[in-house]
Design a protein around this ligand. Structure first.
Ligand code: ADP
Length: 478
């Protein structure tokens, strides 16, 4: 039996040693010798103090003294050895003292594990987390214990001493209006992973923002064992988002006010042009009449730009209450009525295939359809009457609207740009402001949908629009 234990000692995969009360090595195994590069004979002439890093000797000796004084029977510590070639090696040392009355028979049994790689990996991870300002935390369900790293204290501007490690402490530092988001995490075990933005209460009445993410670990009985996660400060990002939203709102308000105010002087110009025309009636071909024509054309163009700009700024926002179920077919029918002059002039044929209902604001749906249908008529080939088909379909997630025409088409290189305001690429002879597709895109993005075009020159164009069915979900994942 003793022989068996002896073999287990010498052949063990981890380092093992029997050490005297004075620190001298009495027996050492091969793994320990390999680890610190000394032969067995060499090690047996040394004390553990000789191969321990000078900065770690003190705390090891203190533990040894406690064992000798019978205050403790075992201890465990991470410390450094200096190998024969002078390298520093991190090890995990587990020591127990034999429990003999006779002091001469008492000795230490030490187990030594090489944790050098682990230690470096930990240091690298800690440095990376520190550099990224990423806090890490774990909550243990059994004893409601929340542990977190130093970065978490920095994020919360919290005091190390004041933190008791209860999740209630953490919840108390979240803005009262956001607590309903975090409370279920520590109660409801059905949420395996989560990611949320939260407001945090900082000293001096300040409010910060954090991204808070975690993953739950379950026991075999599917109860929560622990939750681990990360947390980082997103205050600057959110402040920027708020500033951008505010300046966008101001810009939209400005565009609205300007375009609205410009309508009045333009009305004055056109009414004076018609008065002046009356005076010039007798001289049908006069220079003045030609000038009046030019003024009128420009004033009309300015008018349509202003009214498009007004539509563009009106479509800036969406109130969830105004989304309702609409029937597309009658709305498209009304649009066709309002476009009847150009439909007649070009001999356009419009086919609508839809029995679906879509959830959108009627005004938004009309604006999109109005722009797409009038584009399909406007950009028709001279020699062929426009054939326009409007198709709608749906699956579990979204509605898809496709408006297809047989018009002049668009060069591939220009397609991406068309959704930017004021971009016009078609023939100069066609009237327009370059705001129609930009307006469609803006409306579609209010619903977290997508819009794109496929087209080839002289082959016609197809505009695709998708609108998510679940507005709330689309908003969350945007
Ligand atoms: P506008 O028609 O006022 O110029 P839009 O934003 O509606 O502005 O369209 C931008 C450009 O995209 C147009 O100038 C035109 O060149 C092109 N375009 C839009 N729709 C079509 C279409 N159905 N067929 C061909 N070209 C189109």
């Amino acid at each position: 039996m003793i022989r068996l234990v002896g073999r287990a000692f010498y052949d063990a995969a981890i380092g093992m040693a029997v050490v005297g009360l004075d620190g001298r090595f009495i027996h050492v195994n091969k793994s320990l010798c390999d680890m610190i590069e000394y032969s067995e004979e060499e090690l047996l002439t040394k004390k553990f103090q000789d191969i321990t890093h000078p900065d770690d000797i003190q705390k090891d000796v203190e533990m040894v003294e406690k064992c000798i004084a019978k205050e403790i029977e075992t201890y465990r510590m991470e410390k450094r050895y200096i190998t024969k070639s002078g390298k520093t090696l991190w090890i995990l040392l587990t020591v127990s003292i034999t429990n003999r009355e006779d002091t001469r028979e008492r000795c230490f049994i030490s187990q030594i594990q090489d944790i050098n790689d682990l230690k470096h990996y930990r240091e690298m991870t800690a440095a990376a987390l520190e550099a990224g300002g990423i806090g890490i935390w774990t909550w243990y369900a059994k004893n409601n214990l929340l542990t977190w790293n130093d970065t978490m204290f920095r994020i919360f501007n919290a005091n190390n001493q004041a933190f008791t490690g209860k999740c209630e402490d953490f919840i108390a530092s979240i803005h009262p209006d956001d607590r309903y988001l975090v409370e279920p995490i520590f109660q409801d075990s059905s949420l395996p992973t989560f990611a949320m933005r939260l407001r945090v209460l900082l000293p001096h009445g300040k409010i910060g923002y954090i991204a808070f993410k975690g993953k739950r670990r379950f026991t075999n009985n599917l109860e929560t064992e622990a939750i681990s996660g990360i947390c980082y400060d997103i205050t600057k990002v959110i402040e920027n988002e708020i500033n951008i939203a505010r300046s966008n709102e101001e810009l939209e308000h400005f565009a609205f006010a300007i375009s609205h105010d410009l309508q009045e002087p333009l009305r004055t110009i056109t009414s004076f042009v018609s008065l002046a025309r009356k005076n010039e009636k007798k001289h049908a071909n006069s220079q003045t009449n030609r000038y009046l024509d030019l003024i009128e054309t420009s004033a009309n163009r300015a008018k349509s730009m202003i009214s498009d700009l007004l539509e563009f700024s009106r479509a800036a926002s969406l109130s969830e209450d105004s989304i309702s179920e609409i029937e597309p077919a009658p709305i498209i029918h009304d649009i066709c009525k309002s476009l009847s002059a150009s439909i007649k002039e070009k001999g356009a044929n419009i086919v609508v295939e839809s029995t679906l209902k879509i959830k959108m604001e009627t005004y938004h749906f009309s604006m999109i359809m109005q722009n797409l249908i009038s584009n399909s008529i406007k950009y028709a080939k001279d020699e062929e009457p426009p054939q326009i088909s409007i198709n709608m379909s749906s699956d579990d997630r979204e509605w898809t609207i496709v408006v297809e025409d047989n018009g002049i088409g668009i060069e591939q290189k220009n397609i991406e740009r068309l959704f930017k305001p004021f971009v016009r690429v078609g023939p100069k002879s066609k009237d327009g402001t370059g705001l129609g597709l930009a307006l469609c895109k803006k409306i579609v993005s209010l619903y977290f949908g997508k819009i794109w075009i496929t087209s080839s020159v002289n082959q016609g164009s197809k505009v695709y629009i998708t609108i998510p069915k679940n507005y709330e979900e689309a908003k969350k994942s945007s």
